[in-house]
Design a protein around this ligand. Structure first.
Ligand code: ADP
Length: 465
């Protein structure tokens, strides 16, 4: 099959979160099972020839590069919109012209496919930034005879804009109605994509069910339920070439299941020092890497950390986002510098070191469509402690010391008490060398490679065609 993947983020060119990881790896996995894939993304300011890739001009306003050995990547250029420091905004503020920016990207992508007569079977869009493509395919580009699939990575982001901007979309005004692009008097791009795409996927089976309910549906549960027969949850995989403790070039000591304890101890020592903590292998070290947003459960984490002084363990966090969270974390760090370490930047290398050096990984997300950080942690033998929701519920199984089964710890009621209970259980197991060794091995042997997921996408494409 010939597949075009369109996204606002693709690793290694641009990344603000898991979307980039998925869109940088799924094409490789699809190619590995015999499909032809091309990728479209905007030409942001920072996408330039460098250490990891080369880019060159392909047309007046389109650049190209390649992903892996031979996947063609097209970058849509328009300096007024994309030659900026941010991806979606700067200094905590979204760009006011995001509708214009991503409308342009969607339309230009389809124009380019048409002009070049690129033959496709499927165009696979991701999140609200490319959700207009399925709408355009039916309303403006019906001559382009291919099908669309839209993946929802996080329903909390829908691309909502004021109705006065509807002209920007260059669509018939009639389409601004509640069965189409209107959502309570505003434009909702994701809603348009959900209605128009030939098939919908989201990033875990559990989340596919959750988004059809009022609690998780963010107001779109009815629209999604209407499309329930064309919706499937497919778990994200992890790029096991990039995330591999055996060959990771960023960590201090490489390791595998055979020497996990030695390997992790050296990395642990390094991060304990880097974060200014007491260097002691016997203290359980908790890690967190992620956006500082309500979704990630930072409120509960902060509540937990306010009692942490009296508890056993150390905690290191790397993340950026909401200023109010950064402020409170900074205060906790100042009050408890030997136990709590924080880094408020986006740093790929340090993220690798945290996954390798921590013993346990805290992920009390309020909701989590799939979650990659728990999957990466597993790969590095860092045991996740998660709230049972979305993709976390689908990927983490409670460790049972009697049977030796399970790869982590879950709490099922969203309270400080239950979260603390799960942490205490984990610390108990941490001190039991044999159990913890078994658990670490189970974690590292959990298989979330991309191949199985790519096969699921393949079935979806076939079904659509
Ligand atoms: P999200 O909801 O943000 O997409 P995921 O768990 O799906 O969350 O993916 C997050 C990805 O972003 C992971 O690859 C994680 O390592 C990375 N990441 C998040 N925050 C940071 C940071 N501050 N520094 C480095 N990497 C980060």
């Amino acid at each position: 099959m010939k597949i075009a993947l369109c996204s606002s983020e693709v690793f290694p060119f641009v990344k603000t979160g898991g979307l980039a990881d998925v869109c940088g790896t799924l094409p490789l996995a699809l190619k590995a099972i015999g499909h032809h894939v091309v990728i479209f993304l905007p030409k942001y300011k920072f996408i330039n020839t460098g250490d990891f890739y080369e880019i060159k001009r392909s047309a007046k306003d389109v650049w190209t590069s390649s992903l892996g050995s031979a996947i063609e990547v097209y970058f849509i250029e328009y300096d007024d919109y994309f030659n900026r420091d941010g991806v979606y905004g700067e200094k905590d503020k979204d760009y006011p012209d995001n509708l214009e920016r991503f409308q342009f990207f969607c339309q230009k992508t389809l124009e380019f496919i048409k002009e070049r007569a690129i033959k496709l079977d499927i165009i696979h869009c991701h999140d609200w930034q490319t959700a207009l493509i399925p709408v355009y395919l039916k309303e403006k580009y019906a001559s382009l005879n291919f099908k669309s699939v839209l993946t929802i990575h996080n329903l909390a982001f829908q691309g909502v804009f004021e109705k006065e901007q509807f002209d920007v979309l260059k669509l018939d005004k009639f389409l601004f109605n509640a069965r189409c692009l209107e959502f309570y008097g505003k434009i909702n791009l994701l809603k348009g994509g959900i209605i128009y795409a030939d098939f919908l996927t989201t990033v875990s089976p559990r989340y596919a069910k959750e988004i059809q309910t009022k609690v998780f549906g963010c107001g779109l549960e009815g629209v999604i339920r209407d499309r329930g027969n064309s919706l499937q949850g497919i778990l994200n995989g992890v790029d096991y070439e990039n995330w591999d403790p055996q060959s990771d070039v960023w960590i201090v000591k490489n390791y595998s299941v055979d020497n996990v304890l030695d390997g992790k101890l050296e990395n642990k020592r390094y991060v304990q020092e880097a974060f200014g903590l007491d260097v002691d292998p016997a203290i359980p070290l908790f890690g967190f890497v992620g956006r500082l947003a309500d979704q990630k459960g930072v409120d509960l984490l902060l509540e937990f950390l306010s009692h942490f002084k009296k508890m056993e363990g150390q905690f290191i966090l790397q993340g950026s986002g909401d200023k109010k969270y950064m402020e409170r974390l900074k205060n906790l760090n100042e009050a408890c510098a030997k136990k709590i370490g924080v880094h408020f930047q986006y740093d790929e290398r340090m993220a690798h070191l945290i996954y390798a050096g921590a013993d346990l990984f805290l992920m009390p997300s309020v909701f989590e469509p799939c979650g990659l950080t728990q999957l990466i942690s597993l790969r590095y033998g860092t045991v996740p402690i998660v709230f049972e929701t979305g993709g976390l519920a689908d990927t983490i199984e409670e460790f049972d010391e009697r049977s030796g089964q399970g790869n982590g710890f879950l709490f099922r009621e969203y309270t400080l008490h239950k979260f603390t209970e799960a942490v205490q259980k984990a610390v108990g197991i941490f001190h039991h060398t044999e159990y913890f060794k078994r658990l670490r091995i189970n974690a590292m042997n959990s298989d979330f490679s991309w191949e199985a997921s790519a096969r699921e996408y393949e079935k979806v494409y076939q079904c659509v065609l």
